[in-house]
Design a protein around this ligand. Sequence first.
Ligand code: ADP
Ligand code: MG
Length: 139
Amino acid sequence: MAEKLTFTMIKPTAFKNNNTGAILKMINEAGFTIKAMKLTRLTPALAGEFYAIHKGKPFYDALVQFMSSGPIVAALLEKENAVEDYRTLIGATNPDNAAEGTIRKLYATSFQQNAVHGSDSDENANLEADFFFSKTERI
Ligand code: ADP
Ligand code: MG
C-alpha cells in the first residue's frame, strides 16, 4: 500500500498568497484523496530536520529560514502511483522549467518559493508523513 501515498506541503508564500484552495482543488481534480491534513508552522529546528537531506547545500540555510517564516499546510495524499503522479502534477523544482499547467508553474514565486513540496520516493513519503501526523490524525 505504501506506493499509494505521498506527502505534500503548501509552502509559506503560497499559503500567504491564499493559493491553498486552488492548490487543493488541483490535487483533488488530479485524483488524489486527502488522508491527513493540518495547518501548522515549522520552527527553524523542525524545518532543518525535515530538510536534513539537503544540509550543507548552498540553498539549505535560506530554505530552512523560508520554511519556518510562516504557516504551511501539510497533507498526506492517496492515489495509485502517488509519488510519481504528484511530482508530475507539481512540475519541476525550478519553476522556470516547470511544465504549463503544473502547480509550480502556476503558483511558484521563485526557485526557493516554489509553492509546494512533494515526496521524492515511497520511503520518504512515509518518513515525511510520520514527521507530521500521528496515527489518530490519519483516516
Ligand atoms: P524538490 O522540492 O523538487 O524535491 P529538492 O528536494 O531538490 O527539490 O529541494 C528542496 C527545496 O529546496 C526545493 O523545493 C526548493 O524550495 C529549494 N531549492 C532547491 N534547489 C534550490 C536552488 N538551487 N535555489 C534555491 N532553492 C532551491
Ligand atoms: Mg525533494
